[in-house]
Design a protein around this ligand. Structure first.
Ligand code: SF4
Ligand code: SF4
Length: 372
């Protein structure tokens, strides 16, 4: 892993990056689809799957994701996207500590509260959404769709939190895979509790998951990984098998440096996610500036993801999907063997051979075991 001066996406910027309007995001458009909400369709199909007792999508499987989401829904409705109020201490402030000491403290507390990775970046306003989108406004209730988003100017930093999803649970996809839901719920605990900590020591914090800005870009700025072909954050530790949360804050902190873990070169040679995506939503071949549609921002050479195709597949499947995460060669359990392979991957050594061998060895195959 190389510490680099600039995030690796920087060299692919081709024009001005306008703040993205979350109303154009796939999740918002899916809610407002002229043919009816794609989520309603997905849930109707889910009931159909239960009725037909489809393997991996039975009533017992269905219950997993709903159970796992419970806390996430509460956190979105009550905590995310708004400033956290201190519970008790409104008098004393943790003063006399340097940014380095505060950073150490925040990272320690963040990990104690369950984060697997904690990174800090100076807040790049380009990554803050210009307006609330329908989906996030619906779940949060903190604003109406179309309301402008303004993070207060004194909020100079974003603390980015990553939590790992379970390797075996992700293997189930496109059958019911409930770690997307569970890790969002756990992230709710971690990010909202850390925001309370910041408020309680005399500073200000706004916790958020999907609301307010582009998590992946913040995470890359905070040195937690790079953006891969499938459009998700690729971490050194878990590949794309993780979820992100973030906290905007006025706490004075020291920022992390971005990293180059070799993902850009690797994804140029590997197209595994594009080959296996059931909806054809992931672009194969070279990066492009051309968006699929309004859900892709302009101004950067990248592999745009076709959000509507992805959501159409979720509706057809009756469940959200993590097939791209499941098949990615960077999605591996943490073993000595895989750590050694990662050293080669990071240096772009034998990449094509490794991608070929990875599939032959059976990695990325679906397995729906859970109740056994
Ligand atoms: S979630 Fe599924 S449908 Fe969407 S991009 Fe990934 S593999 Fe394709
Ligand atoms: S599957 Fe291959 S191309 Fe897709 S994100 Fe993972 S490494 Fe990159």
């Amino acid at each position: 892993m190389k510490i680099v001066k600039e995030p690796t996406y920087k060299k692919f910027i081709t024009g001005p990056l306008e703040r993205f309007d979350d109303r154009k995001g796939g999740f918002s458009r899916g809610r407002n689809d002229p043919g009816g909400s794609k989520y309603d369709k997905m849930h109707r199909r889910s009931v159909e799957n239960i009725r037909k007792n489809v393997k991996g999508k039975t009533v017992l499987d269905h219950g997993l994701w709903a159970a796992a989401r419970t806390v996430d829904y509460v956190m979105r409705r009550t905590q995310y996207g708004r400033e956290t109020a201190a519970l008790f201490n409104r008098e004393f402030k943790a003063e006399g500590l340097s940014p380095a000491e505060l950073t150490r403290t925040i990272k320690r507390v963040g990990r104690w509260l369950g984060a697997d990775l904690v990174g800090i970046a100076r807040l790049n306003p380009s990554w803050v959404y210009s307006h609330w989108g329908d989906q996030n406004a619906y779940y949060s209730g903190a604003a109406q769709a179309g309301d402008p988003i303004d993070i207060p100017e004194n909020y100079k930093y974003v603390i980015v939190l990553v939590r790992e999803m379970g390797y075996d649970m992700v293997k189930r996809s496109p059958a019911v895979e409930a770690d997307t839901d569970l890790i969002y719920a756990r992230m709710g605990f971690t990010s909202c509790s850390l925001a309370t900590y910041i408020s309680e020591i005399g500073y200000h914090a706004i916790p958020s998951v999907n609301e307010l800005g582009i998590d992946i870009a913040f995470a890359v700025d905070a040195g937690l990984g790079e953006m891969g072909r499938m459009g998700l954050l690729m971490t050194r530790e878990f590949g794309p098998r993780c979820r992100i949360g973030k906290i905007f804050t006025d706490l004075p902190l020291e920022v992390d440096r971005p990293v180059d873990i070799g993902v850009q070169a690797f994804c140029e040679k590997c197209e595994r996610c594009a080959e296996h995506c059931p909806s054809g939503a992931i672009k194969s071949g070279a990066r492009t500036e051309e968006p699929w549609d309004e859900s892709n921002n302009r101004g950067m050479l990248k592999w745009p993801v076709h959000a509507m195709k992805c959501l159409d597949w979720w509706a057809k499947n009756g469940s959200h999907c993590s097939v791209c995460v499941r098949v990615c060669p960077w999605n591996k359990p943490d073993t000595i063997f895989h750590r050694a392979a990662k050293c080669l991957a990071e240096r772009d050594i034998f990449t094509r051979l490794m991608v070929w061998a990875d599939e032959r060895m059976g990695y990325g195959k679906q397995s729906i075991d859970f109740f056994d």
